[in-house]
Design a binder for this molecule. Structure first.
Ligand code: HMG
Ligand code: MG
Length: 311
């Protein structure tokens, strides 16, 4: 049996990846309460919001208010997405200590998402990195469409490895590999991760699976077998990218936690508190017409699970 990590860091992306994709704008007070509840669960990283163009993502136009409004726990990191120098300045002004820059392995997707080629995006990140170093801000990097692109189709592992190398050279402390439209299956996920790991040490890699075809947990398990120990997920399975047609929710944090705990892998996250945070946001979204939240109802089957029963 392949050796699995003994502990895994879960990176919660629900407040950002989840709420960026809701049709209706969730009030800032609800976002703040959601993040505050997540902060009590034992999660060590909670992606809070994005300092992107409000014209492109109106759902997160309240980034300043949300970031300033959350009660920050000392032991928790609250990264925010930053697409360019302007976003970096906004993030710094709001007091961010960690940011994420994001590009893609597909040229077409990158144009649709951030209006830049891959090479242009790397150039755009250089002044962002200079500011980050100056202000002692940690930088995570994302690569989208690592297995498939909604415009270009299959993406080669080599293309992912090339971009991973560039983000590492820029100075990202961790690089998250995003299966934006959830088309990965376990062997493809392993090939993609193995290729990235030829350029960047496995300890610096994270996986980020959307669950469009119900493959996310299988993909995560396959990647754990290769030694990855950082997993992105979203409470209640919220999520999606407005610029990737067909992108549905991220893998649910509740499901990832259930699998990891059942496998004896430490995360430090409390399932009951996580379920309560998930119930809170699910109930809030249930009031919104046309909510994207569909997979996981508020009185989720997860409520019946206790870790004691399933260890
Ligand atoms: P652009 O239109 O090319 O930008 O957008 P520009 O530089 O030409 O500026 C146009 C206007 O936008 C100007 O204002 C700028 O000041 C303003 P005007 O002069 O017209 O009044 N502007 C900004 N305002 C606020 N904050 C900013 C900012 N930048 C410019 N940061 C840009 C280029 C990158 C800004 C835009 O394309 C953008 O914001 N894209 C973000 C899209 C996004 O957030 N997508 C979802 C996140 S990625 C994702 O979900 C994938 C992930 O989960 C991993 C996975 O699953 O694969 C991470
Ligand atoms: Mg995503």
């Amino acid at each position: 049996m392949a050796s699995l990590p003994t502990s895994v860091k879960i990176v919660e992306v629900g407040p950002r990846d989840g709420l960026q994709n809701e049709k209706h704008i969730v009030p800032a007070a609800v976002k703040i309460e959601f993040i505050n509840r997540l902060s009590q669960t034992g999660l060590k990283t909670i992606e809070a919001t994005s300092f992107v163009s409000p014209k492109w993502i109106p759902q997160l136009a309240d980034a300043e208010e949300v970031f300033r409004g959350i009660e920050k726990i000392h032991s928790v990191s609250y990264p925010v997405l930053v697409p360019n120098e302007k976003g970096m300045q906004r993030a710094l002004d709001a007091g961010a200590k960690e940011i994420s820059i994001f590009t893609a392995a597909s040229e077409t997707f990158n144009h649709k998402n951030i209006n830049a080629s891959i090479a242009e995006s790397i150039e755009r990140f250089k002044p962002v990195m200079t500011l980050a170093t100056k202000h002692n801000v940690r930088v995570r990097g994302y690569i989208s469409t690592v297995i498939g692109c909604p415009y270009e189709g299959p993406i080669t592992p080599e293309a992912v490895a090339r971009v991973a190398k560039e983000l590492a050279a820029l100075g990202c402390y961790e690089i998250s590999l995003g299966d934006t439209i959830g088309v990965g299956t376990p062997i493809k996920a392993q090939r993609m991760l193995a290729a990235a790991a030829t350029e960047v040490p496995m300890q610096k890699l994270a996986v980020h699976f959307h669950d469009t075809y119900g493959q996310a947990l299988a993909n995560i398990h396959a990647c754990l077998e290769l030694g990855v120990a950082v997993v992105d997920s979203s409470t209640s399975g919220l999520g999606g990218c407005p610029y990737a047609k067909g992108a549905t929710g991220n893998v649910a944090t509740e499901d990832v936690l259930f699998m990891l705990t059942g496998m004896g892998i430490e995360t430090g996250v409390d399932m009951d508190k996580l379920l309560a945070a998930g119930r809170f946001i699910s109930e809030e979204l249930a009031h919104q017409p046309d909510s994207k939240l569909g997979r996981i109802p508020s009185d989720s089957r997860r409520d019946a699970r206790t870790l004691d029963k399933h260890k």
